[in-house]
Write a protein that binds this ligand. Structure first.
Ligand SMILES: [Zn+2]
Ligand SMILES: [Zn+2]
Length: 163
């Protein structure tokens, strides 16, 4: 059977990153919307998006005028980051995430990078640059991870992947 050029059979990286992008749209945060998928051997272990812990705040409903309360770096001070939520859910449920791959729509911040490294996640694929988003010079989370042996790639960079 022939495949059409317009609709190539997606690989798992495409599928998981598409899911991460969809999950980002569920975020209640006004400051940023980020989605994450944790997968291993083509199977999903956990998912997450950024926001305050379940059962606490919904930024968009509580602060529609003023926006999320900011921390010193200008981020939402109440939110767990998408990758933190994905990792915490996996750990809470006893999943083994060592050797897994993290798909994330925004490159990890340095705080998340420390957690990703500690949990022995093997690879990180990210969509957008955290440094560009924050207007800072270095991709500090990515540099930290690479320096200590975690594989990190920007998804689709220069490959013209059609989703
Ligand atoms: Zn928020
Ligand atoms: Zn983070």
């Amino acid at each position: 059977m022939s495949k059409t050029i317009l609709n190539p059979r997606p690989n798992f990286d495409d599928i998981f990153m598409e899911l991460a992008k969809n999950l980002a749209r569920r975020s209640h945060c006004l400051k940023a919307q980020v989605g994450a998928v944790l997968a291993k051997d083509t199977r999903i272990i956990s998912i997450g998006y950024n926001g305050p812990p379940a059962g606490t705040h919904n930024c968009d409903e509580e602060f529609p005028e003023t926006g999320c309360p900011r921390d010193a770096k200008g981020s939402c001070s109440l939110a767990l980051h998408a990758e933190q939520n994905a990792i915490l859910y996996a750990v809470k449920n006893g999943s083994n995430i060592e050797g897994s791959t993290l798909y994330i729509t925004l490159a990890p911040c340095i705080a998340c990078a420390r957690v990703i490294y500690t949990m022995k996640i093997q690879k990180v694929l990210y969509l957008d640059s955290y440094a560009a988003y924050k207007g800072i010079g270095v991709e500090e989370g990515v540099e930290f991870l690479r320096r200590f042996g975690v594989e990190v790639e920007q998804y689709g960079a220069g490959t013209g992947v059609v989703l």
